[in-house]
Design a protein around this ligand. Sequence first.
Ligand code: GLC
Length: 551
Amino acid sequence: MTTFHDKVIYQAYPKSFKDTDGDGIGDLKGIIEKLPYLEDLGIDMIWLNPFYNSPQNDNGYDVADYTSIDPLFGTWEDFDKLVEEAGKRGISLMLDMVLNHTSTEHEWFQKALAGDKKYQDYYILREGKPDGSLPTNWESKFGGPAWSKFAETDQYYLHLYDKTQADLNWRNPEVRRELYKAVNFWLEKGVKGLRFDVINVIGKAEELEDAADGVGKSHYTDTPIVHDYIQELNQETFGRYDDVITVGEMSSTTVKNGIKYSSPKRHELSMIFSFHHLKVDYKDGEKWTTMPFDFLELKKLLDEWQRGMDVGDGWNAVFWNNHDQPRANSRFGDTENYPVETATMLAQTIHLLRGTPFIYQGEEIGMTNPRFDDIDDYVDVETHNAYEEMKRKGLPEQEIMEAIKEKSRDNPRTPMQWDSSKNAGFTTGTPWLKVPDNYTTINTQNETISKQIRDYYKQLIQLRKDHKIIQEGSYEPFELGHESVYAYIRELDDQKLLVMNHFYSEEALMDIPKALLDMKAEFLIGNKGERKLESLFKLDPYETVAFLLKK
Ligand code: GLC
């Protein structure tokens, strides 16, 4: 079994990474071109978001053909070359498997529409209720009802996401076989990592019923049968290899299920993404609101997941950013006054935790939310649905745009900022999504802010390789109640790793107990230069520091 505890995974969003043919959309050739950059960073694997044939209503998560490459992104030759060239640099690929739903343009859905019964049973079709209302009262995660009319029939098809993303019927063994075939196809092409999109919602109940909360999550999230399906997926596909790393994207999951999905004993997945810690700036649980983040809640959640997964032998993917999340430094720090401290502190918080770190393109150079003023500068389907919904509710334009600037999924999707030339060196054409204004200072060629942040990431990545305690050490919180510092201790054999991360701009003090002071403390890494451990330890704004303690 390959270990993944010493690995760091980099997420490249192909559409926005690097465009080589001037159409304004990133491509596979662009990723090949930038492999030296990724090698220099020190990462082990690149997760690529979907680049399969797709109408792009949800940026490729509406897959029309699982075993294809959309010409937008390149050719088979490009793909093979990418695997080969990355391999030469010790980097492997992780692909995104969107197995909960297909695009309504997928051949299966099209055949179903044309009346083919076999393919109708690939999807979840139901009659409306006798009173003419929808089969259930469930909501789509992108707003509106989760059901749409199935052609001119009396039936409706289920879509937990956009109406062009029809949920597959995993109860049908033939559907599962087809999906496993697609996964194996990519494994045979040399792919060594798989990221399973919203995999914990594939197991819908047999009888679909109205939800008491009018939303419906409990009717399809983490149902017992999901675990059976994932075990089967494992056996039929990646479980046949001993060097494939998998991660499941888990919507609204629990620690208890997280352990089940990722404990090696259960033969499900290598690790999971959970998202509770990224909802601490949702007012009353509502995404499209603005609120300063709740630091104590953030710590509580990180701690609960760290401790729970440690005790239960589960494994977390640790991350702040991805293609669905606003930039973490814009959310949890001060990018105006402390851009370097903010970015490095957030990075260290995650990289020294127990779990496998994921870096999302651009965070290693301090990219921020773009804060576009005009709704027309946003492309994302969820963002536009939310905009319309807030308009319908009569909210003032300014309040709506403020929520969008902070929460839109386009925040992380802006083009990668390579240099200070036009369009940040991303494309010679017109980028599909605007480049943020700050590209002239925040870019990979910048010798001040971006360079300092990237150098720090390189150190963190290297430290994980050098220290078993970072890979394997246990986790326990330290001074969990502290109002501005999130600190923790990792432990392995007779060593401890003390990590302190300060999330605010006022000075903070930490009391270091005698038992720790009595150990031999070696400064490991920090964003304020070398420090000495002392009983009343003072932290500067957004300071992060780690000490290795030996008996
Ligand atoms: C996941 C993806 C997101 C996509 C959704 C539906 O949450 O990360 O981008 O819209 O699944 O496939």
